[in-house]
Ligand binder design. Sequence first.
Ligand code: NAD
Ligand code: WQD
Length: 340
Amino acid sequence: MKILVTGGLGFIGSHTVVELQNEGFDVVIVDNLSNSSDEVLKGIVAITGKMPIFENFDLREKSAVIDFFKRHADISGVIHFAASKAVGESVENPLLYYENNINTLVYMLQQLQAKDEANFIFSSSCTVYGQAEKMPITENASVQPAASPYGNTKQIGEEIITETCKVSGINAILLRYFNPIGAHPTAEIGELPIGVPQNLVPFITQTGAGLRQELSVYGDDYPTLDGTCVRDYIHVVDLAKAHVVAMQRLLNKQNSEKVETFNVGTGTGSTVLEVIQTFEKVSGKKLPYKIVGRREGDITSAYANTDKANNVLGWKAQSTLEDALESAWKWEKKIRSIDN
Ligand code: NAD
Ligand code: WQD
């Protein structure tokens, strides 16, 4: 069975391609390399022994999307990762985000709507919950007004899919990711942030590798165990596997509604200081850091209630924070050619 993975050379997409190929799916990747490299294909082949089909084009080109679906009429399912994802950049340039995250989604859905039936998985985010009232967060928690254009594209994206599924043969699963981190345990693929990383774990591993002088911890006066923010850090391989299980559910017509939503997290919250301590443990390095003021827009705490994914999807995160940080560190060392 052939699965289209848009953004399949990116961080989460590449790990998902590996898990799909490991399960025997044929994969077609569409990626315009705006935030990735075709070198990632080598890593995918090194792990799976199989080269996916790769087409390099921009999904904002509607005619290219139409042409693609004409040439690949036999696609059984689509996993749509392609999007821009930097929260700060989305505030600076909202239209870039609305064009790249919304237009591409609409063009994809238009082609799928023309079919008798189609299966679609969307990369959503825990950002839709904002600062939820109750922890852990269930899928029933209310969606809050978006804090950024990026977050808004995820909320609008969910709505566009829900409305379209009602009037078409498309069935969809919305996966709300918590904080994906780590790399493939082989260190053949991993995260490749461009410029200074905005996210915690790549900043930590780059600091460990000597690329950054020290980590700034954004605030230690939050009402949490040690004053730093709490997040649910999920190993990217576990997240990738959730996509495979979700796709199998759609392909086997096991879904109970046209659109289903699942949290994808570990169910455990960790503070920034806990992440630092765990990194120090797995790397054997002291991490230089200083406490600075809060970062604008940060919420205090977000971790998932994963009961629905556990019970309905039959999926559960297997890796610990330690496993995930170990894989992230192994990857960082490999790409920086560090021996120990
Ligand atoms: P990423 O930037 O590593 O991957 C996205 C890929 O899509 C890149 O390879 C990029 O080149 C490609 N792409 C972007 N625009 C495109 C276009 N117009 N046409 C073709 N290809 C295009 O990001 P990621 O971390 O792997 O995230 C994947 C998805 O998951 C995104 O939708 C993101 O919003 C969502 N998400 C990510 C996180 C996270 O923390 N990483 C959390 C929640 C949700
Ligand atoms: C984690 C924690 C920071 C960097 C973002 C997006 C969200 C989602 C995932 C896509 C926070 C602290 C960070 C640093 C720090 N993406 N931190 N020093 O903010 O939970 O979520 O990525 O959907 O939409 O907003 O992740 O990794 O940036 O931060 O102290 O240099 O680490 O304050 O508490 P976040 P993050």
